[in-house]
Design a protein around this ligand. Structure first.
Ligand code: NDP
Length: 418
């Protein structure tokens, strides 16, 4: 099978290396990104380490025609989009135009939130939806009919969260519950990279997500909170006690639609005090703004300038120590009896670095990206239309997680989050 991978950042580099490991499935890989030299470097690194044939190309993924021409010349079975959420719609358009399947790890987000055309639709949708986050699934779900009619599959959000967390939900639903009442998604990064401040994936996307209002789903509606307003402490297996904060997160939106009868879904992420202080300070001085400002006669976007100053997440691997623990706590009923379980994965930053030269956040996203792509191209997870991860049979994905480096555990009667 041929796969075209768009992007060559932290997550993409892991996805590429994992596709190279699965060279019985991925016989040819085209790495296409904005900066071709990055693609060439990874291709060179993988030389003689895989049977897969690797080629590289420069592409501007904001441009549908350019993407379509590249897809037509390579003729892949699918496109794995691990560039940025800003490119989701253009890549989906190019896939429709050329008749190939689509896979990504993060839902669409508009790069310039001041764009009046986008803003008009956003403001209307905020009223309908009840949460103010700039990212949501409605833009991509709107492609469902087009993909269905074209006989193509679009698998959205196959990273860890979103992605594996939804597969955990589908697995809990299939094997452990008649009815799931509550889901708490806990994302803990116990890693330390030694910098005063750095983000573990693209700084722009990460800081936009964390500095936004939080929200959760309860009894059929969204409840919005101020950024980082709700804080809890949890003792994570393999990591220890950490403070965690409630965030708005995209998989809540699809789980609320697809896990029938669920009453509450929350998402928590751990942050240290230093991260929060830095973020608040940057926010207060306007460095997280996406609105262009004129500086010495040149237009710059503050958050993009900040990204240029911060360490590249793809380079954190060599210095990050510690573990991540990401999973879901479920409560609900089986045969009329109330029960709770916790499904989670622990991932070691240093072990990831030894295997693929990356830290665990890139690893825990890049591995599921490869697994999602593998299930789509082999037809195991493939139906015409646009789907989220919990809408497929979780079993083959759960087996692949064990096989490709993200083994999981199920704990009965875990400590619950209040
Ligand atoms: P990086 O910033 O490290 O990499 C992004 C890559 O996309 C870069 O190689 C960049 O090129 C390329 N790119 C950006 N714009 C374009 C464009 N217009 N045309 C072509 N290529 C482009 O990001 P990450 O690897 O950290 O994140 C990748 C994705 O993974 C993001 O969408 C992020 O939200 C998602 N993610 C998902 C997670 C999950 O669990 N689901 C967790 C973490 C991340 P260049 O190098 O030239 O700038």
């Amino acid at each position: 099978m041929k796969i075209m991978i768009i992007g060559c950042g932290g997550v993409a580099q892991v996805a590429i290396k994992k596709c190279c490991q699965a060279d019985d499935v991925f016989t040819e890989i085209l790495i296409a990104s904005r900066t071709k030299s990055k693609c060439d470097r990874v291709a060179e690194e993988m030389k003689n380490k895989t049977k897969a044939k690797i080629s590289t190309a420069q592409v501007n993924a904001d441009n549908v025609e350019e993407l379509a021409a590249l897809i037509n010349s390579f003729k892949p079975a699918a496109v794995l989009n691990v560039a940025l959420p800003y490119q989701d719609l253009t890549v989906m358009d190019a896939c429709l135009k050329t008749g190939v399947h689509y896979i990504d790890t993060a839902n669409y987000e508009c790069e310039n939130t001041e764009d009046p055309k986008w803003r008009k639709i956003y403001e209307k949708r905020v009223k309908e939806k009840g949460f103010t986050a700039y990212f949501d699934y409605s833009w991509q779900w709107a492609y469902h009919q087009k993909f269905k009619e074209a006989g193509l599959c679009a698998l959205l959000g196959t990273g860890f969260d979103p992605g594996v967390t939804q597969v955990f939900c589908a697995y809990a639903q299939k094997h452990y519950f008649d009815e799931i009442e509550t889901i708490d998604i806990l994302d803990c990064n116990g890693g330390d990279h030694g910098y005063a401040f750095a983000t573990n994936f693209n700084p722009e996307i990460n800081l936009r997500e964390v500095s936004a209002n939080g929200s959760y789903w309860e009894n059929g509606k969204w409840i919005e909170t101020k950024p980082l307003e709700i804080k809890r402490e949890y003792n994570f297996d393999g990591v220890g006690k950490k403070d965690m904060y409630l965030l708005h997160h995209e998989e809540i939106e699809s789980l609320a639609k697809n896990i029938k009868g669920v009453k509450r879904i929350r998402f928590f992420m751990t942050f240290g005090q230093s991260y929060i202080q830095h973020m608040n300070c940057l926010q207060n001085v306007g460095m997280l703004s996406t609105t262009p400002v004129t500086f010495e006669g040149r237009e710059i976007v503050p958050i993009q300038f900040l990204k240029a100053l911060l360490p590249d997440p793809a380079t954190l691997g060599a210095r990050t120590k510690g573990k991540t623990n990401i999973g879901c706590i479920f409560t609900g009923y089986k045969n009329g009896v109330k029960k709770s379980i916790y499904i989670y994965n622990i991932c070691d930053h240093e072990a990831c670095y030894r295997e693929v030269g990356s830290q665990a956040i890139s690893y825990t996203t890049g591995v599921p990206a490869m697994i999602g792509a593998m299930l789509v191209v082999t037809g195991v997870w493939n139906k015409p239309g646009v789907y989220n991860a919990e809408e497929f049979d979780p079993d083959p994905y759960m087996e692949a997680l064990n096989r490709y480096g993200l083994p999981w555990k199920v704990e009965e009667d875990p400590v619950l989050v209040d």
